[in-house]
Design a protein around this ligand. Structure first.
Ligand SMILES: O=C(O)CCC(=O)C(=O)O
Ligand SMILES: [Fe+2]
Length: 355
């Protein structure tokens, strides 16, 4: 360790401005959680509020075109907004390789990781970040992430970090097929059957892969890995490692349901965009993640987003029967900007589009 990091501004300088991330902080041997990471009491996960008797559904996706499977998926999307899928077509080996690749990237020396900070990155599609929106947050989140925008295989081969590139590409190629199937199933219930290029752009015009890294934390109970939020995506497909630490808001006031790691499973959740497009039939549910005291945790979401210039609002097919729209039309770019203009604040983002 070159110089002690004691004051709050030292922490911000080291982690944010000098781009070491919270991973860098742990690598230099931080032994207690700096003040800037300590959540106010009301934002900490209260163990007495855990709802361990409940769990989100686990759905076998092998016969995805079977109406019964479609029914379980759509029911889970409207009741829970969250479910896990198994037999989804992405080979176990691809998932394992991806988790290892994410670890490999974050275990690189700081100077190697820093090549992918915004100011150094060889491409706008690759960016190493820390916390969520450090300029807007009072308290930082105990997480670093590498965000990779999937433009094409050749673009990814040229610019994604060699430590994780091949595994991330192999995953995206398999996951893209799965994402199309999931959207097809979910849209059928919204009476949107035909799939054309415009619709595809509107629903999945942007696929953003994120390698999330939550380095081990001396006092995870005081911090947030990711604070309470709903995703703004159409849907999110998430791979988590064996550590655990993901929680979903329960139906009972202020309770949290753990999402246990299931070998080979992918977690799927509905994002705000699909809640808006479905005029509240599908729900984007609040969730949060916490770091672990002894293990570095990895999770890998794909945020399936509309193309940036898409105008989002309730789908005409959904309103055909005379249902009143609950949301107005906004551009996804504005919605995205709004999300990142503040710290995580539960389900508040969607108010931006409410009539
Ligand atoms: O790490 C996790 O399990 C969840 C991450 C998450 O919610 C997100 O990146 O939006
Ligand atoms: Fe999320």
């Amino acid at each position: 360790m070159s110089a002690p990091i004691s004051s709050s501004s030292d922490v911000i300088d080291f982690v944010v401005h000098r781009g070491n991330g919270v991973t860098g902080l742990v690598q230099i041997g931080v032994e207690s959680v700096p003040d800037r990471y300590i959540q106010p009491r009301e934002e900490r996960l209260d163990p007495s509020k855990l709802e361990t008797q409940e769990s989100i559904p686990i759905i076998d996706f092998s016969n995805w075109a079977d109406p019964k499977v479609a029914e379980s998926i759509c029911d889970a999307a409207s009741k829970w907004g969250f479910f896990q899928i198994v037999n989804h077509g992405v080979p176990l080996e691809v998932l394992e390789d991806l988790k290892n690749a994410a670890r490999r990237f974050f275990e690189l020396p700081g100077e190697e990781r820093k090549k992918y900070l915004k100011e150094n990155s060889p491409s706008e599609t690759v960016r190493l970040c820390t916390s969520f929106s450090p300029q807007a947050e009072e308290v930082l989140e105990w997480k670093d992430y590498l965000t990779l925008l999937w433009v094409s295989e050749s673009e990814a081969s040229a610019f994604w970090p060699p430590a994780c590139r091949d595994q991330a590409i192999a995953y995206m190629k398999k996951a893209e097929v799965l994402i199309r199937r999931l959207l097809e199933v979910l849209l059928k219930r919204l009476h949107t059957k035909e799939r054309d290029r415009t619709k595809e752009y509107m629903l999945m015009g942007e696929l953003r892969l994120s390698l999330n890294y939550y380095p081990r934390c001396p006092s995870p109970e005081l911090t947030a890995g990711v604070g309470r939020h709903s995703d703004i995506s159409t849907i999110t497909v998430l791979l988590q490692d064996e550590t655990g630490g993901l929680y979903v808001r329960g139906a009972k006031e202020d309770t949290w349901i753990p999402v246990p790691p299931v070998k080979g499973a992918l977690v799927v959740n509905i994002g705000d965009v699909l809640q808006i497009m479905s005029n509240d039939l599908y729900k984007s549910i609040e969730h949060r993640a916490i770091a672990n005291r002894s293990r570095n945790r990895v999770s890998v979401p794909i945020f399936v987003n509309p193309g940036p210039d898409t105008i989002i609002g309730p789908l005409p097919e959904v309103l055909e029967s005379g249902e009143k729209p609950v949301y107005k039309h906004v551009t996804f770019a504005d919605y995205f900007k709004h999300f990142f203009s503040k710290g995580h604040d539960g389900k508040n983002t969607i108010e931006f589009a409410r009539i």
